[in-house]
Design a protein around this ligand. Structure first.
Ligand code: PMP
Length: 283
């Protein structure tokens, strides 16, 4: 595997992480996962825009212009002969003697490399079970930061419970999954948490909002409660790598008729068509 480290592409085994890299010591950095379809990165512009925004919010100055970073990402895809899979992109604040505060001349560390392709066909067709958990994360969930400790703890709980994801609840309100956004369908209307500081504004989520608009499907970016989640006709979660995944059981309670919902299936279909269109246009 070929890994981009700043401006160089090196073999995986040649990469050395400095023990004083703040990404390693503090989780002081930001990241993205971009999906590659047939060698073409999907929504690359949106992901790089979000990366620069996250970096800006935590005071990391990415040295490259976005266009240069995009060229580097394309090089990683090409050098690895990537066909399908995720592309991981991380910018840490850089290396400095360990202290909470950092020097003003610190240089960010950029890395990018391919993640293996995950087959999700059955997951998307059959739907998944999830659990709920309290959302005890900080109040800047809009930043895609390397600090994923609470997300990891809860995802591990879900994993140990044998389910796909945990849906987080803050003060009785459904925010998002540990690594996904959450949508419900009630009487043919779609609901999802507003994109504020309590959730990550998912790229998949944004693309779905465009699809809903284009199809005249009513979507409310509005808070909804755990009770409303449990009583929904349909529930689905979205992310770059999983796309649109039907939820058929929550905390052991069946959702709707316990099968992937018909609206969810239409949304999956529309999303696949959008991906196909976008990757052929750019390919
Ligand atoms: N929320 C969280 C906490 C996430 O980690 C992710 C995955 N990046 C998402 C939502 C979904 O975002 P996207 O559609 O951009 O992958």
């Amino acid at each position: 595997m070929k890994v981009l480290v700043n401006s160089e592409i090196v073999e995986r085994k040649e990469v050395r992480v400095d023990i004083e890299d703040r990404g390693y010591q503090f989780g002081d950095g930001v990241y993205e996962v971009i999906n590659v379809y047939n060698g073409v990165p999907f929504t690359l512009k949106e992901h790089t825009t979000r990366l620069y925004r996250s970096a800006k919010e935590v005071g990391i100055e990415i040295k490259e212009e976005p266009e240069v970073l995009i060229q580097k990402i394309l090089r990683v895809i090409e050098r690895n002969d990537m066909v399908n899979g995720g592309l991981y992109l991380q910018v840490s604040r850089g290396v400095a003697p360990r202290a909470h505060q950092y020097p003003s001349d610190i240089e960010p560390t950029l890395i990018a490399y391919p993640l293996p392709y995950k087959e999700m066909k059955h997951t998307r067709n059959d739907g998944v079970s999830v659990i709920t958990a309290e959302d005890l994360r900080w109040l800047r969930c809009d930043i895609k930061s390397l600090n994923l400790l609470y997300n990891i703890m809860i995802k591990q709980k879900a994993n140990e419970a044998g389910v796909f994801e945990a849906i987080l609840i803050r003060n009785g309100i459904v925010t998002e999954g540990t690594s996904s956004n959450v949508f419900i369908v009630k009487r043919d209307e779609i609901f999802t948490h507003p994109a504020n500081n309590l959730i990550l504004s998912g790229i998949t989520r944004s693309k779905l909002l465009e699809i809903f608009d284009n199809n005249g499907w009513k979507c409310n970016e509005q808070e909804f409660s755990k009770q409303e989640l449990l009583a929904a006709d349909e529930v689905f979660v979205t992310s770059t790598t999983s796309e649109v995944v039907p939820v058929i059981s929550i905390d052991g309670t069946q959702v709707g008729d316990g099968k992937a919902g018909s609206m969810t299936k239409q949304i999956q279909q529309a999303f696949s068509e959008l991906v196909k269109r976008e990757v052929t246009k750019r390919g």
